[in-house]
Write a protein that binds this ligand. Structure first.
Ligand SMILES: [Zn+2]
Length: 285
């Protein structure tokens, strides 16, 4: 609570009310876990079939067929990437950052899945390797690969700084989608959504619980790897914040390209993989 808000006097039973035990909303073990051992075997057979370089302060799209793997790779220097995912055949089904956060955690890693929006709500991708998996939680309470932040965007930037900046992740993702699908910027914009902040190091301050970022521990060669559970269209922005250690929404930070690599495994190993259908719930009215 900030000092701008005056705290009302505590009730007599405040301590008792605060003493209730936390209950994990979606408890561990209630969500069917992916068969990582099987995906691990498939990983040993990967053959690269495509590669996309995302220039600094810009965005690019890529496609990943169901049953394939893809990696977001750091190549020239510490760099954060903002990732959007869509069902390649239906842009209305897209990555649902909020539900992914609720089902897994504020930051995601191996074994976690990226879930799609309602009413489909199914895993779009499963994280199968994370070279930053060693980072865990640091002394500031920060971790990597968050599903807390939304994406840097020119509207918030204008609100806060009064200036206009055209290479925010939001704009980069809109332009990338627009050129991939032959849409205008205005047509593409509503499809761009809250991201997975690949490699970004973030947390909440201990005193005021405000969202903070700090310089990413990512180094060239690091990557985050996913298994595509459905046919995917992806878009990645190389954030103008670079390693997000100081600022974003400007040309001040050192900024590097990112690479997306797409791999095909030996498909016999995954011939009966339980690829997810759209969620089966139907409203009675
Ligand atoms: Zn950004």
């Amino acid at each position: 609570m900030t000092d701008r808000i005056r705290r009302p006097a505590e009730p007599a039973d405040a301590a008792e009310r605060r003493s209730k035990k936390p209950v994990v909303v979606y408890p561990n073990g209630t969500l069917a876990a992916p068969d990582l051992a099987r995906l691990g075997k498939a990983r040993e057979t990967l053959e690269k079939i495509d590669e996309v370089i995302v220039p600094p302060r810009d965005g690019r799209t890529f496609t990943v067929p169901r049953g394939h793997f893809f990696r977001v790779v750091s190549i020239e220097g510490p760099q954060v990437g903002d990732l959007n995912l869509w069902n390649a055949h239906d842009l209305n089904e897209r990555f649902f950052s909020g539900k992914t956060r609720a089902l897994h955690a504020t930051h995601v890693s191996v074994g976690d899945r990226l879930w799609s929006t309602l009413p489909s709500l199914r895993p779009m991708a499963t994280i199968t390797h994370d070279t930053l998996g060693w980072y865990g939680w640091d002394d500031d309470g920060a971790g990597v690969h968050d599903v807390i932040g939304t994406r840097c965007d020119p509207y918030t930037n204008r609100l806060l700084s009064g200036g206009d900046y055209h290479n925010c992740c939001h704009s980069n993702l809109c332009r990338a989608l627009s050129s991939a699908r032959g849409m205008s910027f205005k047509e593409a914009e509503p499809h761009v959504h809250d991201v997975l902040n690949v490699f970004m190091c973030t947390g909440f301050t201990k005193d005021t619980h405000q969202y903070f970022m700090k310089a990413s521990p990512v180094r060239p060669g690091d990557y985050l790897e996913f298994f595509a559970e459905i046919d995917l269209l992806g878009a990645l922005s190389a954030c103008p914040g670079g390693d997000c250690g100081s600022s974003h929404s400007s040309d001040v930070a050192a900024c590097y390209p990112l690479k997306v690599e797409v791999f095909r495994p030996d498909r016999d190993l995954l011939s009966d993989w339980p690829f997810p259908d759209r969620n089966g719930y139907v409203s009675p009215v």
